[in-house]
Design a protein around this ligand. Structure first.
Ligand code: ADE
Length: 343
């Protein structure tokens, strides 16, 4: 790792940001509530995907009070497609906790922010520096990449390195904490790109970037080995009866908690096994084909079937119309292929 006078990045970085920044909806507000919602959405989702979700969320749930009272099905429906659904449930828990503590908005100090449900070091740093002018850097993947390239830092980007970057950035943080935090992320998103070539000829920090000087940008950050995902085989049975579809609510904890899904068996069964297990008739069943969904830590490998029942199956299912599935119940993206096929 090379020594760099990091304080020299502050002025050129903020000047660049003020000229080049994207006009994003959450950059037009100073409301800590709205900034919090945006940062939670942005934590695991791309800017382009977040934009419309953010606008709809703020329109439907404009205040902390309305979030604390929101019906969980409605909340999950607003989050449908964004993934990592515990983020949405934690938002509601967090709003309830703030109100229970007789506070009107999020607390304006780092440790209190970090103690709330769903707010980790990254979000606390981002909300603190963007909404409350605190010198609390927000270290996300973009910022880690920028820092590792500036310093030619070959270490694996683990917690220790993250804490070290936090300290270094805190030491040089100017009073304009908001622009500083956003400028680092913006540089990572627009210039210091992760895949392909970074746009070093447009970079305001190339004058001190060690990996630019040695032309080693592609080597940083050091790649970490991806963990292997567990594969879960599933049989998805979509029951149709009198124009409605059978759905069930998932458990209120764990993966995709409290969302709705079609009848699913955690095992791959062939047609004959399905017929025998559920006492069905062959002519009721239509093969919908296979689908795969990748979560961060596991993969679902699915085989789907539509079962047009003449009699209601002896299973505890709720019956929902296409309209209800579209507008009311939150169905995980994993089922998108089957939904597209049917509706
Ligand atoms: N990624 C995370 N936070 C962001 C923000 N405030 N603006 C743009 N991208 C982001």
């Amino acid at each position: 790792m090379s020594k760099v006078e990091l304080v020299k990045i502050v002025k050129p970085l903020i000047n660049w940001y003020q000229k080049e920044k994207r006009d994003l909806p959450w950059r037009r507000t100073e409301d800590p509530y709205k900034i919090w919602i945006s940062e939670i959405m942005l934590q695991q989702t791309r800017v382009e995907a977040v934009k419309e979700y953010y606008k709809r969320f703020i329109k439907e749930i404009p205040t902390l009070e309305s979030l604390a009272d929101i019906d969980e099905d409605k909340l999950l429906k607003l989050w449908e497609g964004l993934g990592y659904y515990s983020r949405a449930r934690n938002l509601k828990k967090c709003a309830q906790e703030i109100i229970k503590n007789n506070m009107k908005t999020l607390p304006g100090d780092y440790n209190s922010l970090k103690s709330l449900p769903g707010i980790g070091p990254y979000a606390a740093g981002a909300i603190g520096s963007i909404a409350f002018h605190l010198k609390t850097p927000a270290i996300d993947g973009n910022v880690m990449r920028v820092m590792s390239r500036i310093h030619e830092d070959a270490r694996e980007l683990n917690l220790k390195v993250r804490q070290e970057y936090y300290q270094r950035l805190q030491e040089i943080m100017p009073n304009n904490t908001r622009d500083f935090t956003e400028s680092l992320m913006e540089l990572g998103a627009l210039i210091c790109l992760p895949n392909g070539s970074p746009l070093c000829n447009k970079c305001p920090l190339s004058f001190l970037c060690q990996s630019y000087h040695h032309h080693t940008m592609q080597n940083f950050p050091t790649k970490t080995k991806e963990k292997e995902r567990k594969i879960v085989e599933k049989t998805i049975l979509i029951f149709e009866y009198k124009g409605k579809y059978g759905i069930q609510k998932r458990s209120d904890s764990g993966l995709l908690a409290s969302m709705y899904e079609f009848y699913a068996i955690d095992q791959k069964l062939n047609l004959e096994e399905i017929i025998n297990k559920l006492s069905l008739k062959k002519d009721e069943i239509k093969i919908l084909g296979s689908a795969k969904h990748i979560f961060s830590h596991l993969e679902w490998h699915m085989e789907g079937y539509l079962i047009k029942c003449k009699e209601a199956p002896n299973l505890s299912l709720m019956w929902a119309t296409k309209e209800e599935i579209k507008n009311k119940y939150s169905i995980p993206n994993a089922y998108l292929k089957y939904i597209k096929k049917l509706f």
